[in-house]
Design a protein around this ligand. Structure first.
Ligand code: AMP
Length: 122
């Protein structure tokens, strides 16, 4: 899938629309999700143009990948959920129900995430 530079996170990265910034590094931006699903709900995104997790891991530099994962951990500590626990979710593609086609990790915490997805036939 080709990267669509009109997606909402690309606009946030270009400063065309605002976000509630939580943390920023050379390669990564973290901001609050606009429709919070838990008391802590932060989106961590690479600044580069990557559609999905697999696109990111295939094309990003080692520095970008290391920076991304360090930022995910930093955000969990900064938001005070590293000890209480949190859930990381990266919805991917149609079956993963990804709405914004720029790779992002949801960091959800501050209340129980509930059980994993239920088993389903088919
Ligand atoms: P996903 O379904 O994994 O692609 O999730 C996209 C997420 O982006 C959803 O949780 C939305 O609430 C969130 N979102 C959409 N627009 C914005 C925005 N302008 N600022 C912050 N979060 C947003």
């Amino acid at each position: 899938m080709a990267y669509d530079d009109q997606n909402i996170f690309a606009k946030i990265l270009r400063g065309e629309i605002p976000c509630e910034k939580v943390h920023e590094t050379d390669h990564t931006l973290a901001f609050n999700d606009i429709a919070r699903a838990r008391p802590v709900h932060v989106l961590v995104i690479p600044k580069g143009a990557y559609v999905s997790s697999d696109d990111f891991s295939a094309k990003a530099s080692d520095a970008e990948i290391a920076d991304f994962w360090r930022t995910v951990g930093d955000v969990a500590r900064m938001k005070g959920v590293a000890d209480s626990g949190y859930r990381l979710i990266a919805n991917t593609g149609a079956d993963g129900h990804q709405e914004v086609p720029h790779f992002h990790m949801h960091v959800l915490g501050g209340a129980t995430a509930g059980p994993m997805l239920k088993k389903r036939d088919g």
